[in-house]
Design a protein around this ligand. Structure first.
Ligand code: ADP
Length: 486
């Protein structure tokens, strides 16, 4: 099966969140399972040509029209490190030579219209015809439409099917109505397919309406997004297409997130020598000027600092959380109010709270290795990767029971006399500061009982979320799409 995998972030080239991890790992597994996979990604400025030995393909210089202006798309190629998987970098300095992957610039829509069109044009100029184009989130949402509309006028993609994976329905790529003109999509025609027409342009809605198959990254989230509480306005379309929507949990790249071989941590460990985890904790605490105390758990957070991740209730609960017998270490960046909150807590309570405001991959690994627990109180969470990394690092997740967090973390029932042997973390249901506080208290109390805590750690470390299983599920999904009638 030939798969074109289209994403706006791919690890290690460009990453802001979990999509990059998925796009850097799933294609590798698909290739191992026998697929012929090629990745397509914009060539952002931050992707350095010499670092990744990008090869400039001279023969590709494709004019692409947006708002009546033609600009050239160029192509660079490389491979996913240590694999045969080809990565195609779509280059257009006008659009992609910017400081960030995503911008608030007024031409943000044009940047990704350009990317969507360029991917199809590059494929058309090669002999390689994908059976499936796998689109990921809004940034590749127009491809399913283009495939069915103008790019099929000469039957060029006659047999190609499209899959649209929702990694986060909260980000839909919504722009003013002018964007229809820029994207060369006829609004009247489009509206005739839309059961819930709106007064704007949504990349994601187009992807959902025109792809052959839709999936998201956990089964619980697949159900949740059909409700008005979680669907962010897309629930009407998703309910209508219910039969086409499924959930496949993300896997973990255990060649990168494994405490036995992790290059970013000073002391390697596994279930057999869990005491080395404690050495990582001491190393981490020292780096942040926090004192080690065997009785005090270190609770880590690694996150984009946005409402989705539950920082509203963290902020509300903080006056009580800070009184508990725990230390806190936050790595993250995002909304000013939450960055400021953690800066000020680190100043006012330096013995209890430390923070690193920014992005730092090495530190993310170190926190997974050194923290005792990891807090993820998300308002919604399509899959979530950090809690799954935590399981492997013996770091006990404290999570809100939603989306992928509900599907990956089993609650430890410390009050039940029996039948509580398989818990891997602590979870809470209601999205409130009170429920969050109660779960954290439960974790801190349990931490005092070293034997019980070790049992929970080991339960987690034994879990296997490798990509092999999920990769096979994706292949089934591709086959399902290929069986769809035109
Ligand atoms: P999302 O994709 O919604 O941000 P996920 O839990 O699925 O959340 O994935 C987040 C990924 O981004 C993880 O690999 C995590 O380690 C990483 N990450 C998040 N914030 C930071 C940060 N500030 N520095 C380094 N890595 C980060």
């Amino acid at each position: 099966m030939k798969i074109a995998f289209v994403a706006s972030e791919v690890f290690p080239f460009a990453k802001t969140g979990g999509l990059a991890d998925v796009a850097g790992a799933l294609p590798k597994v698909l290739a191992r399972l026998g697929c012929d996979v090629k990745i397509f990604l914009p060539k952002y400025d931050l992707i350095k040509e010499d670092k990744y030995q990008l090869k400039f393909i001279e023969s590709i210089n494709i004019p692409i029209r947006i708002s009546g202006i033609e600009r050239s798309a160029f192509l660079h190629k490389s491979n996913l490190p240590d694999t045969e998987v080809e990565v195609n970098f779509v280059d257009c300095p006008h659009y992609f030579s910017r400081e960030r992957i995503y911008t608030n610039n007024t031409d943000e829509d044009e940047r990704f219209i350009f990317f969507n069109k360029a991917v199809l044009e590059i494929i058309l100029r090669s002999k390689w015809r994908p059976d499936i184009i796998h689109c990921n989130d809004w940034e590749s949402g127009l491809i399913p439409f283009y495939i069915k509309d103008n790019y099929n006028s000469g039957f060029k993609f006659k047999k190609t099917k499209t899959i649209f994976t929702i990694h986060n329905i909260g980000y839909q790529g919504i722009f003013p109505i002018d964007t229809y003109y820029k994207a060369e999509i006829n609004r009247q025609v489009f509206n005739s397919y839309d059961p819930n027409p709106s007064n704007n342009f949504s990349f994601m809605k187009i992807g959902l309406l025109f792809s052959d198959v839709i999936n998201t990254v956990s089964q619980t989230y697949a159900h949740e997004i059909m409700t008005s509480e979680y669907g962010a306005g897309m629930e009407i379309i998703l309910k209508k297409k219910r039969k086409k929507v499924s959930g496949i949990i993300n896997g973990i790249d255990y060649s990168k997130w494994n405490p036995l071989i992790d290059e970013n941590i000073p002391f390697h460990f596994s279930i057999k020598n869990l005491n080395h985890k404690e050495k990582n904790k001491k190393y981490l605490l020292e780096r942040f000027n926090l004192k080690y105390n065997v009785k005090v758990p270190l609770i880590g957070m690694i996150s984009r600092l946005v409402k989705q991740k539950g920082f509203e209730i963290v902020a509300e609960a903080m006056k009580d959380l800070i009184k508990l017998n725990a230390q806190w270490l936050l790595l993250g960046n995002g909304e000013n109010q939450y960055e400021d909150l953690f800066r000020s807590l680190s100043n006012s309570h330096p013995e209890k709270v430390a923070s690193y405001i920014g992005y730092n991959n090495e530190l993310a690994h170190l926190i997974e290795a050194g923290a005792d627990a990891l807090l993820m109180p998300s308002r919604y969470e399509p899959c979530g990767l950090n809690q799954i990394y935590s399981l492997r690092y013996g770091t006990v997740p404290i999570v809100r029971k939603t989306g992928g967090l509900a599907d990956t973390i089993k609650d430890w029932h410390e009050f039940k006399k029996s039948g509580n042997e398989s818990g891997t973390g602590f979870s809470f249901h209601s999205y409130s500061a009170h429920a969050l506080l109660t779960a954290v208290r439960r974790a801190i109390d349990t931490f005092c009982n070293k034997n019980v805590w070790k049992k929970i750690q080991i339960n987690g470390m034994k879990q296997n979320f490798s990509w092999e299983n999920s990769g096979k599920e994706y292949i089934k999904l591709y086959k399902q799409a290929l069986n769809k009638k035109a």
